[in-house]
Design a protein around this ligand. Structure first.
Ligand code: GAR
Length: 210
């Protein structure tokens, strides 16, 4: 059983998708804790409702990023988590914290990476005039939204879309995308750490299309 540590900053609908998949038996995993950088994150409520320990580790309670990372990852590591899942975690993680856990952190990002890194991805897609958009699950590396892409889901951009309608269409696909990717990892068919190694010269595997 894959032991997951989940990080979330807000609504937590991706966390809920993981919880639901575990509860239904679709995903052989357990969530050892939910960590948030915000006390008002609804993700905390969702975790508590499911009996998952909910932790708040706020940047403002620490002197700098290194101290915040040390507190956050110290708490996570104490649980013996196999994989750290950033599910709507809206904060940069320091390079040394990432480097200390090579291939053990993944992130879901609302764009077809390498397009539209960072924030406001749906508006970025509209501004660029693309006809296709979506979401990616990738390995977290020191560079923002730039680690190897493990899986993607695609949606059309439709006439009349605004950032909200597009975000809703993408979000609906994010939930199965994240769950399916975790299932593929839990069943040993995908090893995020092995995909990391490919960065050293070998061509990247084509991401799963989900
Ligand atoms: C999701 O769309 C996720 O892809 C995005 O935030 C949303 C969180 O929703 N993540 C990022 O933008 C990461 N930079 P949720 O809290 O309902 O899961």
């Amino acid at each position: 059983t894959l032991r997951l540590a989940v990080l979330a900053s807000g609504r937590g609908s991706n966390l809920q998708a993981i919880l639901d998949a575990i509860a239904s038996g679709a995903l052989d995993a357990s969530i050892v804790g939910l960590w948030s950088d915000r006390r008002d994150a609804f993700a905390l409520e969702r975790a508590r409702a499911a009996g998952v320990p909910a932790h708040v580790v706020r940047p403002r309670d620490h002197a700098d990023r290194a101290a915040h990372d040390a507190a956050l990852f110290g708490s996570i590591d104490a649980t013996g988590a196999d994989l750290i899942v950033c599910a709507g975690y809206m904060r940069l993680i320091g390079a040394s914290a990432v480097a200390a856990r090579p291939g053990r952190m993944i992130n879901i990002h609302p764009s077809l990476l390498p397009l539209f890194k960072g924030l406001h991805t749906h508006q970025q897609a509209l501004d660029a005039g693309v006809t296709e958009h979506g979401a990616s699950v990738h390995v977290v590396t020191a560079d923002l939204d730039a680690g190897p892409v493990l899986a993607q889901a695609r949606v059309p951009v439709l006439p009349g879309d605004d950032a909200d309608t597009l975000a809703a269409r993408v979000l609906e696909r994010e939930h199965p995308l994240l769950v399916q990717t975790l299932h593929t990892i839990a069943t040993g068919r995908l090893v995020p750490g092995a995909e990391m190694a490919r960065l050293d010269g070998a061509p990247l595997a084509a991401p799963l299309q989900l």
